[in-house]
Design a protein around this ligand. Structure first.
Ligand code: COA
Ligand code: AMP
Length: 636
């Protein structure tokens, strides 16, 4: 058994041997000819020449190898008061039938399918059915507004869209079908068909010849077999926020992904096949793709699809109830969720109500984990709490405590050390590697680990520009951070216009584009300020045009509505503060970082290039007048 350092060193210094050995842990139709190589576009790729099917690995393999009667998936929905269990055999049957239904609608290998659904088992059936056919799914988070969905429809050009009549948020029923219809109306590309899951809480109107009832098509269809695909063939596209209004299509291929999923379950999460692993995320995010669907199933675990929230569904004990009832060994959630629970149950009284004897480890990721949250969870749960760091791009952790290799001491505030395959470094802006203690850009030496995206969907230039061109031979993560003398890394936040609101990655640049589109807005800036529950939340500063006057309150209400309309309620955009001017450098660059620091009451140096330092006092006053910022949060 290797220790952490030996394992990590082998994974980056002896890639061919290490990752060949890991590849042997999944069942290929044809074992790869090469382990890591470059494609004709000069992009790094894993497992050239390998042939497999990811849905086969998730289901058929287990049915044929002794897990047919094991529970594969538990649907636990406190919002609908429903629970349902599916064995591996039952899930395989459903997926094969639904794949048949998709095939009947003309979906073939290489076609794209968008999935816009709430947290119901059918959403997972839809994903796996696409994988079974070699079709490429693109799940769009249900909290996004029609405009966001339309952007993704135009980019992914899906043959078919899968959706449901409604989703449920706490006690609100959210009709999905009208949102879907609006998105299709707005999009230039028109999908051939939509398959709608009719839920009992609200039925949707179906358009003859375009919309199909999920149950009807699935019942009629003959099961479809797994279609072999190449390791390099795409499995899915997952859009994530970048630094412009257009989301980035992160592409995941089949081979490297399957190997990385399997490896991370053993090496990072230290879970055994047959155990219950639960990630309380949403299938609309990378965490949901990897750790609700693919990794637990490939590894032969039982996974949970949870349709609820950490609180008020019905109480702050709901997570602990699920863990106790379904004997969860390893649980993964976002720090925001723990903060929400802590707020309502500060003494952890609800934790005491449940038998959590099977619960071994809590993993947190998705946003920076503050020490108070980590300590609270550790104290009340009395188990190791592991912060770990990753991105949609990587699809699995890049910094963690690899418990399945060697449990290292936990340092609160650090997401740990580099995970196998990810040679993480800290660099200054000239590309010089920085010593311990010095903060800089977090970068990763190429190639990334096998589960990471090989490039962006249909946008090679943006891929190179966003990630590769800044430091030759290194991937730019977009995060800032430093490492300590013991090799632990610390992530200090994004260095670009991306913010993290309740674990949801959003672009402030996109919000700025929306605000700037208002007739009365001369110019604007959106920054992510500290938020006690959500980690960050966006706040806008706007300057009104002289020739289009409007009352500040009216403008604010209209802008809040506009962001909600275009991005969705999840953006949590609640404030647009009217100011006379924005702080800028003499060359006209808006000093967004300083605006954020003013709101967060953090010290900052006034840059020598600032156009007019007096504006900073005006901005501070504006925040104070509106009682927005860290200082006011503490008091409220
Ligand atoms: N579909 C439709 N609407 C959604 C949605 C979804 N899937 N998810 C969120 N929304 C809506 C909410 O209903 C809310 O709408 P409102 O303004 O009309 O009330 C809005 O988006 C803001 O949501 P949120 O910021 O999540 O606030 P909340 O009060 O509803 O919930 C938490 C707060 C902390 C309970 C919730 O954010 C949470 O569970 N966070 C953890 C998130 C997570 O696990 N992320 C993991 C990513 S890895
Ligand atoms: P996403 O692509 O939505 O998973 O968001 C990725 C971003 O979330 C990263 O680039 C980080 O900025 C942030 N993030 C994720 N996990 C952590 C963590 N453990 N600590 C700090 N930031 C994190």
């Amino acid at each position: 058994m290797k220790n952490y350092q030996q394992e990590f060193d082998a994974s980056v210094n002896d890639r061919e041997v290490f990752w060949k050995e890991k590849a042997a842990n999944i069942d290929w139709y044809k074992f790869p000819e090469k382990i890591v190589s470059k494609d004709p576009k000069d992009f790094w790729r894993w497992y050239e020449g390998g042939s497999l099917n990811t849905a086969y690995l998730c289901l058929d393999y287990h049915v044929a190898n002794g897990r047919a009667e094991q529970t594969a998936l538990i649907y636990d929905s406190p919002v609908t008061k429903t629970q349902k269990k599916f064995t591996y055999r039952e899930l395989q049957t459903q997926v094969a039938k639904f794949a048949g239904a998709l095939r009947d609608l003309g979906v073939e290998k290489g076609d794209t399918v968008i999935i816009y659904m709430p947290m119901v088992p059918e959403a997972i059936v839809g994903m796996l059915a696409c994988a079974r056919l070699g079709a490429i799914h693109s799940v769009v988070f249900g909290g996004f507004a029609p405009h966001e969905l339309a952007l993704r429809i135009d980019d992914a050009r899906p043959k078919v869209i899968l959706s449901a009549s409604c989703g449920i948020e706490f006690d609100k029923v959210i009709p999905y079908k009208p949102l879907l219809d609006r998105a299709i109306d707005e999009a230039f590309f028109k999908p051939k068909a939509a398959v709608i899951l009719q839920r009992p809480m609200l039925a949707a109107d179906l358009k003859e010849g375009h919309d199909y009832d999920w149950k009807e098509v699935a019942e009629k269809a003959l099961p479809a077999d797994c279609v072999p695909v190449e390791a390099w063939d795409p499995l899915y596209i997952l859009y994530t926020s970048g630094t412009t209004g257009k989301p980035k299509g992160i592409l995941r291929d089949n081979g490297g992904h399957a190997v990385a999923m399997k490896y991370s379950m053993e090496a990072v999460y230290n879970v055994k096949p047959g155990e219950t692993f639960w990630a309380a995320s949403d299938i609309g995010w990378a965490v949901g793709h990897s750790y609700i669907v693919y990794a637990p199933l490939i590894h032969g675990c039982t996974t949970i699809v949870f349709e609820g929230k950490p609180v008020r569904t019905p109480d702050p004990g709901t997570f602990w109830r699920v863990i106790a009832e379904h004997k969860v060994s390893v649980f993964f959630t976002a720090p925001t969720a723990i903060r929400a629970i802590k707020k309502e149950d500060s003494e952890g009284e609800f934790i005491k109500k449940y038998d959590l004897s099977n619960f071994r480890t809590l993993f947190l990721a998705g946003e920076r984990c503050d020490v108070a949250t980590l300590e609270w969870a550790k104290q009340h749960l009395n188990i190791p709490v592991i912060d770990h760091w990753w991105q949609t791009e990587s699809g699995s952790p890049m910094l963690a405590n690899m418990l399945g290799v060697e449990a290292l001491p936990v340092k609160a505030g650090s997401p740990g050390k580099p995970v196998s395959g990810y040679d993480v470094r800290i660099m200054d802006e000239d590309g010089t590697e920085l010593p311990a203690g010095k903060e800089g850009f977090v970068v990763i030496q190429m190639p990334l680990g096998p589960g990471a995206f090989p490039f962006l969907w249909h946008d090679d230039e943006r891929f190179k520009e966003s990630y590769l061109n800044t430091f030759r031979g290194y991937y730019l993560t977009g995060d800032g951070g430093y490492k300590d003398e013991d090799g632990y890394f610390y992530i200090t936040g994004r260095i670009d216009d991306v913010i993290n609101v309740a674990g949801h990655r959003l672009s402030t640049a996109e919000m700025e584009e929306i605000l700037a589109g208002h007739l009365s807005v001369a110019e604007c800036a959106v920054v992510g300020i500290a938020d006690g529950l959500r980690g960050q939340r966006p706040v806008g500063l706007v300057v009104i045009k002289d020739n289009h006057p409007i009352e500040p309150e009216v403008l604010e209400a209209e802008l809040v509505e506009k962001v909600r309309e275009q991005i969705g309620a999840v953006a949590f955009f609640r404030n647009a503060i009217v100011v006379k001017r924005l702080p800028k450098t003499r060359s006209g660059k808006i000093l967004r970082k300083i605006i954020r620091k003013i709101a967060d009451s953090e010290p900052f140096a006034v840059p020598s290039t600032i156009d007019d330092p007096a504006i900073l006092d005006e901005i501070k006053e504006s925040f104070e007048l509106r009682r927005i910022g860290v200082a006011f949060e503490v008091q409220s």
